[in-house]
Write a protein of this length. Structure first.
Length: 100
């Protein structure tokens, strides 16, 4: 049997320890770092939430633009105007009965 030099053994152990530490550091950064797997999954979830909120707000905007157009000077919808006057101002015709 041949005996190895203690310095050589320590050098090889230090080399493998440094490699293991660097590998662990890069592995940790790949999973939980700023651009890691968990952050990408979180970003994908935020994108889907914000996309659904954007679509909801776009529908709400279309509805409000339609109501605004129907109450504009160029196009006046009398039924919508009557509905708004009743709901916002609380007006009732003289021949109507209000039940609450």
């Amino acid at each position: 049997m041949t005996q190895t030099d203690p310095r050589r053994r320590m050098a090889s152990m230090a080399y493998f320890a440094i490699i293991a530490i660097l590998g662990g550091n890069f592995g940790f950064a790949a999973i939980q770092g700023d651009y890691g797997v968990f952050r990408q999954a979180q970003t994908a979830g935020e994108i889907s939430e914000l996309t659904s909120e954007r679509d909801r707000l776009a529908g709400e905007l279309d509805e409000l633009q339609n109501l605004t157009k129907r109450l504009s000077d160029h196009f006046l919808d009398m039924d919508l105007l009557d509905e708004q006057v009743r709901s916002v101002l609380g007006y009732v015709r003289a021949d109507e009965i209000v039940i609450r």
